[in-house]
Design a protein around this ligand. Sequence first.
Ligand SMILES: [Mn+2]
Length: 327
Amino acid sequence: MRPYNKRYVPRSLQKLLESPEAYMIMKDVSPFSLFQVGKIWTKYYALAQTIPNAVDLKEYSPHFNNMLIVGDIHGDFESILRITRPFFEKKVEGIVFMGDFVDRGEYGFLSIMYLIAMSLAWPDRVILLRGNHEDMSLNLIFGFYQELQRYFQNADIFDAVSATVESLYELMSLAAITPLDSVCIHAGIPKEPFKLDILNQIPKPHSDYSLIQDRALKFRLKDIFTQIRWNDPSENPDEHPEARSYHGFFYYTEPIVDRFLEMNNLKRIYRSHEHPRGNFQEIFPKKLYHIFSSSPNPSIIHEKDGAIYVRDLDFKILKKIKKKDPN
Ligand SMILES: [Mn+2]
């Protein structure tokens, strides 16, 4: 275990960090009480206010010069333990998780709480981005809501816990820019390319627009907030900008990606979101990469010393995306 400041990590999460496997046998018992979830929220709220929605990792901390980028988790706690192993073995220094922590898989609650524990324990090394499944109305359809109901049979307690979890979602970041000028974002970009720093005008908690008076700005921010967590890319160059993916949100094509990268002075985009694309795909050559990090075939991206690799969860190299820079 890497050393961390216990002051910032509630005791319930310290226990989880120390023996995560022990929690996987507690199928119908909640790993946390309402009181503990409340304490976790207080700590995470304070931390999240110090992290922008669009985090420039180069400025944020030196640990992201050797980092992992992780795609959808979907309650696959076993994969989380394998993904984070190189971090604990000090083979990597930093990790960005690109969202979709809950739903579909068995251990949504454990997964999201473990990742929050990691970001409290190593705030300058672990960043969580919000995916489209960090949304209680979606959780109602895809299983996490029912998972929480199983743990909290008392309706009042269930309501309080699910509201607190929902406000944890509201505090996560939305995009991270790596030292190699890659941007990590859950699903992708809007049909209208935008400058990433506009994300920092979105409040935290994300739905608290009480301080923004300008209605047009409010509308634009909400629209970008939704599209970056939902949009899919389309390889069809003739795709009409108004065409919508099966999710009901917009497709983005290669020219849109080009304009976005140019506007933001970036080299490439990492995204996750679509499990039918499998564990890894180079969607637009050298510009848009898809990565998925939960079962059946999880993979991760590793950036180090100017080089970029796709690795499996045994840390074996599956593919080299970029060679080390000369010198
Ligand atoms: Mn998704």
